[in-house]
Design a protein around this ligand. Structure first.
Ligand code: BTN
Length: 253
């Protein structure tokens, strides 16, 4: 696979001078690798592309399966010191869909969906490296159709809306805007992303079941990225660390 590593570096390094791009043919998980480096005290801004992950990880302890050539799996590590971390994954999702296609939607807190099926997932982790706080933003995107892997809901893939796009081209579209979004988030938190999130919000005005037992109607997100749910007991705001959400008419993540 030909990765436009130099073009990505040229687009990103004006925003982040020490930035490097690395492509590994195989690794357990690009997130795990960057987290190991951070725990060893290294938090240089790095975009790590994994052509193959042998132990890709999703949110809430799930596995993330992908096949070589059919998907884009990468992680971005960088020092980040926002005053408030809440809403970071929503800001990242908003940036990713904005870079790719107007038909993509966001399922709170950070899944990318296309026409009722999941297209991409985001896993954000943080750790301290010495005095610094570092974030690892991991993104997995289905690019091409793949063999049925037994999921009850078949996944979506990017070539459905962008015929012929490959993983490298998708990464080139995503990388620089993502960096810009992270810088904006660091300065101003989630608030500047709220209106864009709203436009892509898959759950808005849908009935939802939350894993904590709450049932209600999703009513958008607040300025910190919390999901507002109208319940029989009044409006509740939930944060993504607390729950997962199942839209009543759709399958779970
Ligand atoms: C989810 O939907 O649960 C999040 C999936 C995140 C997958 C990406 S693929 C690149 C990076 N490395 C990982 O092990 N996970 C993330």
């Amino acid at each position: 696979m030909n990765w436009p590593a130099e073009a990505i570096w040229e687009a990103v390094y004006p925003l982040l001078p020490d930035f490097t791009v690395e492509v590994l043919p195989q690794i357990d998980s690009s997130n795990s690798e960057l987290m190991r480096r951070i725990r060893a005290g290294r938090c240089e801004p790095t975009l790590l592309v994994a052509e193959q992950q042998t132990a890709g990880r999703g949110r809430m302890g799930r596995d993330w399966h992908s096949q070589v050539g059919d998907s884009l799996t990468f992680s971005l590590a960088l020092p980040l010191t926002p005053a408030d971390w809440s809403g970071l994954s929503l800001a990242v999702g908003t940036s990713v869909v904005g870079s790719l296609h107007p038909d993509l939607q966001l399922k709170w807190p950070n899944d990318v969906w296309l026409q009722g099926r999941k297209l991409a997932g985001i896993l954000i982790e943080t750790a301290g490296a010495g005095e610094q706080r570092c974030a690892v933003v991991g993104i997995g995107i289905n690019i091409a159709p793949r063999a049925d892997n037994g999921l009850s809901t078949p996944p979506a893939w990017l070539q459905e809306v962008l015929p012929g796009i490959d993983a490298g081209q998708a990464l080139l579209r995503i990388a620089a805007p993502l960096l810009q979004a992270l810088k904006l988030f660091e300065r101003s938190g989630f608030a500047p992303f709220q209106a864009q999130f709203d436009q892509r919000d898959l759950l808005r005005d849908r009935a939802v079941n939350l894993s904590n037992g709450t049932v209600g109607m999703a009513r958008g997100v607040d300025a910190q990225g919390g999901l507002r749910v109208q319940t029989p007991d009044g409006m509740q705001t939930v944060t993504s660390s607390e729950v997962s959400v199942r839209p009543a008419a759709l399958q779970a993540e």
